[in-house]
Design a protein around this ligand. Structure first.
Ligand SMILES: [Zn+2]
Length: 423
């Protein structure tokens, strides 16, 4: 089971203002997007598609689904719980308190709620940095089951479990690079022996790595160990010594900035300016739903504000050029796809790519008149404007409603879990 909505063989998203995020095509003020067998077949004006399912996108913006490159999805069962916590408080009162005590049912619900919250907000791909303790295979399977059932595109970054279990998931469940849910390894920087072991495991399994880096010279250290690998996602990158972000760029790595959490929990200034100076285009992430929303509109807004603030106030490392709303929209779409190594498949509305796209209503009181589509998305829209969402051609949200028959039951289960955990 991969989602609940219908997946027509042929459908056309008709008459919208299309932001392809593909420089070869650019923005098309009125165009159709033809989807065939889950892939984008054509993007242009006046496509004839007799018999195709039709989604009316007049008065709407059409763009690729948003990509979140770092989210601890199981924590959706604790939404709002840690909003006033600092990072140290979060480690103790949230991560360590609950990360090893939740059962498979609760972890399943967390991942499922997180995925559905993302889809509802037009986030069609999430990298799940799975840092719940995997005490049994049942725990791990529950987390993967939820991702597969939700219909979202996800990278399951396996963490906090035994190597044998990671090998099992890779060989028995997440072995295909073409599947909707693929695999990475979440490893963190411990002692040299454990780093060598973890990096060796990722190489053996043929999967990318994702890790948190904050402060100091973690990249220089990995270089000394001979472990700088292309395709690695480095999370946060706050407070790194000069030159470290350049090592990410030069080694073919990617950066995931979680601007809201970095500012409210105390990681440090989100390193947009330093990344720009290092020639690194970052991606965006929500990180923890215990203290951040499950959408990327909020993250885009925070990114826009703090990245411009750093330049306008001439912070260290700030480049001369002010970031624009288009930069930010690229971070939330195509750069997210690049960070996850999925840019051959998603991140822009390019013929041949998977049909992961969102239709945003541009005729609501909070967004009219639309002078500029990109600026409107980044500065004025939110999940209420998300009308329709497709993942690989499957319609998971339509006319403002998630197509999921069991939503009411899930809401009840979420409340019951909350009462049991913190009541
Ligand atoms: Zn994190």
């Amino acid at each position: 089971m991969t989602g609940h909505g219908p997946r027509p063989d042929r459908l056309v998203v008709a008459g919208g203002h299309v932001l392809t995020m593909d420089p070869a095509t650019g923005d098309l003020p009125r165009a159709d997007v033809l989807v065939e067998n889950g892939r984008i077949a054509d993007v242009r004006q006046d496509i004839e598609a007799p018999g195709a399912e039709r989604i009316d996108a007049r008065h709407c913006l059409v763009l690729p689904g948003f990509v979140d490159t770092h989210r601890h999805m199981w924590q959706a069962v604790l939404r709002g719980y840690g909003a006033d916590q600092t990072l140290e408080e979060y480690f103790g009162a949230t991560l360590h308190a609950y990360g090893s005590s939740l059962g498979p049912g609760e972890l399943h619900l967390g991942n499922l709620l997180s995925a559905l919250g993302a889809l509802d907000a037009g986030v069609t791909t999430v990298q799940d940095i799975s840092n719940a303790t995997k005490s049994t295979e049942e725990h791990t399977d529950a987390l993967v089951d939820a991702l597969e059932e939700s219909g979202i595109r996800a990278v399951f970054a396996y963490g906090h479990g035994p190597e044998a279990d990671a090998r099992r998931i890779r060989s028995r469940r997440l072995h295909s690079a073409d599947a909707l849910v693929t695999m990475a390894l979440n490893a963190e920087l411990g002692g040299d022996a454990s780093v060598r072991r973890d990096w060796g495991l990722a190489r053996e399994l043929g999967i990318p790595l994702a890790l948190h880096v904050r402060g100091g010279q973690p990249l220089s250290r990995l270089r000394r160990l001979g472990l700088l690998r292309p395709g690695t996602v480095y999370i946060h990158g706050t407070g790194l010594d000069r030159g470290e972000l350049k090592l990410i760029a030069d080694s073919g790595g990617a950066l995931s900035i979680a601007p809201a959490i970095e500012m409210t929990m105390g990681h440090g200034l989100p390193p947009f300016a330093a990344a720009a100076s290092a020639g690194l285009r970052p991606s965006l992430s929500a990180d923890v739903e215990v203290a951040a929303g499950s959408d990327l509109f909020g993250q885009m807004r925070t990114a826009f504000q703090v990245s411009r603030f750093a330049v306008l106030h001439r912070h260290d490392d700030a480049p001369d050029r002010l970031p624009t709303s288009r930069d930010i929209l690229e971070f939330a779409t195509i750069e997210g796809a690049r960070a996850l190594g999925l840019d051959d498949r998603i991140g822009s509305l390019t013929p041949g790519k998977q049909a992961d796209l969102v239709v945003l209503r541009a005729d609501r009181p909070g967004v009219v008149p639309v002078h500029d589509a990109v600026k409107t998305v980044v500065c004025a829209m939110d999940r209420a404007d998300v009308d329709t969402v497709l993942v690989a051609g499957r319609i998971v949200k339509r006319a403002g409603h998630l197509l999921r028959p069991d939503l009411a039951a899930l809401v009840d289960r979420a409340a019951a879990v909350r009462d049991r955990l913190t009541g």
